[in-house]
Design a binder for this molecule. Structure first.
Ligand SMILES: *Cc1c(COP(=O)(O)O)cnc(C)c1O
Length: 235
């Protein structure tokens, strides 16, 4: 079997991002491609790193911890999976951004651990826009009330919003969810909560990142289109 050519795959994704920007009158520099490397070997990450990629996304703390230890120190790691409070200490101070803040208690723990380490953590609020049963995240109308409580927490900066849209055969169906997240960002920025001004929208995966970019994504999280399908049986 052929080895996955991660550089060629990544470049194809970057071209699609540029085309989506073109269609929607955006500057491709506004969009960061995060290569989602969960379950994938460090050699593949190293290869992509050697080809210039610096932003990688991981879901599982133990795997992230090992990869941070083994791989180049200038990689910007993005924690994109559900984060338990007792694992916050492995992530704070070692990642560029935590995309998956889904409760006040988790935000409090990140704040506390960040203060202890004397760092400021950049985080995103995970929103379950489609209100899927099996997904973490706030409902759309819970986010502003949450921010009103969390905005005063020290050592944590709420940079933006994140969502994972439903899996669908027709990604066009997810456009409404991406629009709703963009609208929420605008509402938050107009609401005048102290310390809160957001400019990061993390949305779009292999299936629907083109649509997400058209609707204003500033981070897309793409795994399969770069690294190939994941095999969980080997984990
Ligand atoms: C796995 C994962 C991705 C990447 O999904 P692909 O469909 O492989 O591109 C993006 N975001 C989150 C939160 C994930 O868990």
């Amino acid at each position: 079997m052929n080895e996955t050519d991660v550089i060629r795959n990544r470049d194809a994704v970057l071209e699609e991002i540029a085309a989506a920007c073109e269609r929607s009158g955006r500057d491709p520099k506004e969009v960061t491609l995060i290569a989602v490397s969960k379950t994938k070997p460090e050699e593949m990450i190293q290869k992509l790193y050697d080809g210039g990629t610096r932003d990688f996304g991981e879901n599982y703390v133990q795997e992230l911890d090992a990869k941070i230890n083994d791989l180049p120190k200038d990689i910007r790691w993005h924690m994109i999976g559900h984060l338990q409070r007792n694992k916050v200490k492995y992530v704070v101070g070692r990642t560029a951004m935590i995309h998956s803040v889904d409760s006040l208690r988790l935000a409090e723990e990140i704040s506390k651990e960040s203060a202890k380490k004397n760092v400021t953590s950049r985080v995103l609020i995970e929103v379950n826009v489609a209100e899927e049963e099996n997904k973490f995240g706030f409902k759309l109308d819970e986010v502003i009330p949450f921010l009103k409580e969390a905005a005063s927490l020290p050592n944590i900066r709420f940079c933006g919003l994140m969502t994972s849209a439903p899996y669908t055969e027709n990604p066009e169906e997810n456009r409404k969810y991406f629009r709703a997240l963009k609208k929420l960002e605008i509402d938050i920025n107009r609401s005048g909560i102290d310390n809160i001004q957001m400019d990061v929208l993390s949305m779009g995966m292999t299936n629907d990142y083109r649509i997400a970019v058209e609707e204003g994504a500033t981070c897309v999280r793409v795994g399969t289109a770069i690294f190939g399908a994941r095999d969980y049986s080997k984990k």
